[in-house]
Ligand binder design. Structure first.
Ligand SMILES: Nc1ncnc2c1ncn2[C@@H]1O[C@H](COP(=O)(O)OP(=O)(O)OP(=O)(O)O)[C@@H](O)[C@H]1O
Ligand SMILES: [Mg+2]
Length: 345
């Protein structure tokens, strides 16, 4: 006689298409019933995605039919109507007490300046008077501590929670603050998920208007864990002009859409370079971010030129939004922070 556990275990071998996590751990399986040799399973997707629904149905039917004693299998994969966000989004998601908005900064690709933008936007929002936290979700390559000029270890509060160090008015948490320099860590998917959960819920974020989350490059486990763990209030996509046209932005957009996260807009980084005598050089082309935003019908938040000061600010731990908010480089971030705040109402 088949038990619910047998069925559940079989379904645990079915991965969500494109991800390394299974459909059970994502909480998609809502109902399992068995009578004699028939198994019925109902699943609910949180975002409309006909391809994923079809794939999940096929894969689930295959593994269930392979179970001993099963003759008939019904798998129903429900999805919200196109364009309609599922209320409450995913199961197991909790809001972080005191945190008003969680915003992820992502891109489909590495090295486009996500961390630089996260750091400068966090500092810019703090300067505009908001209470801001910055969480580094890049577990393999945390760069936020260096860029924020923070190196002290978080302390532990009486209630055994991590107290994030503060710099430039921004509360900062990163795996880089907990590990010793150069210590190699081998992370597996579930550990990443667990760590990110702790960073969200076992850290004293306190009363915070914006918790910015710097994601690692790509659309893998950390990104999905985050979206599964906490309801994101929005995502910002960072791109460089030339990558914008290569579908990299679309990947980032698709990731957020898959988990029903509102896209707040695109930032075009490394937009152009101004030579010392004032000539403007468009190293990577220009305007790709704006054009792609228009094509995808999502807001364009602004562009950040290439400035040596931006890179230096990152390397020495004093972001330009802090050291030179009135110079063009700093101003670019302040303006984007203003656009972002306006978008969020
Ligand atoms: N507008 C800019 N002008 C000058 N240098 C920049 C600019 N944006 C980013 N950089 C520099 O480019 C490098 C990569 O930026 P950053 O680390 O922010 O990218 P990332 O997208 O977070 O990378 P990863 O995918 O590895 O997380 C850094 O040295 C940073 O200082
Ligand atoms: Mg980064």
């Amino acid at each position: 006689m088949l038990t619910q556990d047998d069925i559940q275990n079989a379904l645990k071998t079915v991965k969500y298409p494109g991800y390394s996590r299974d459909i059970v751990s994502f909480g998609l399986v809502k109902e399992i019933s068995t009578t004699n040799d028939t198994v019925s399973v109902t699943m609910q997707l949180t975002a409309s995605n006909p391809d994923a629904a079809r794939q999940i149905k096929e894969d689930s039917e295959r593994v269930l039919k392979a179970l001993v004693g099963v003759k008939l299998v019904h798998v129903e994969v429900r999805q919200p109507a196109a364009g309609q966000a599922a209320p409450g989004a995913l199961p197991n998601q909790n809001r972080i007490p005191g945190v008003k908005r969680v915003i992820a900064v992502a891109s489909g690709k590495g090295g486009v300046g996500k961390s630089t933008c996260s750091v400068n936007l966090a500092c810019a929002l703090a300067q505009l008077g908001a209470r801001v936290g910055l969480l580094d979700c890049d577990i393999y390559g945390p760069s936020i501590p260096l860029m924020m000029g923070v190196s002290e270890r978080p302390t532990i509060s009486e209630s055994e929670r991590l107290v994030p160090p503060v710099n430039y008015g921004v509360k900062v948490m990163s795996i880089g603050l907990l590990l010793d320099d150069g210590q190699p860590v081998i992370w597996r998917g579930p550990m990443i998920a667990k760590t990110i959960q702790q960073f969200l819920f076992a850290v004293e974020w306190g009363e915070t208007d914006f918790l910015l989350v710097d994601l690692p490059p790509g659309t893998g486990d950390a990104q999905l864990s985050l979206c599964q763990t906490v309801p994101l209030d929005g995502g910002v996509i960072v791109t460089t002009p030339q990558e914008a046209s290569l579908g990299v932005v679309r990947k980032g957009i698709a990731m957020f859409q898959k988990v029903n996260v509102q896209i707040l807009g695109i930032v075009e980084n490394m937009s152009y370079f101004t030579t010392p005598n004032g000539d403007r050089v468009e190293i990577f082309g220009h305007g790709g971010g704006r054009a792609e935003a228009a094509r995808q019908d999502i807001p364009f938040l602004g562009e950040v030129p290439i400035f040596t000061e931006i890179r230096e600010g990152g390397d020495c731990g004093v972001p330009v939004a802090v050291s030179a908010p009135d110079k063009p480089a700093g101003r670019a971030f302040i303006q984007i922070a203003e656009a972002l705040r306006k978008r969020l109402g």
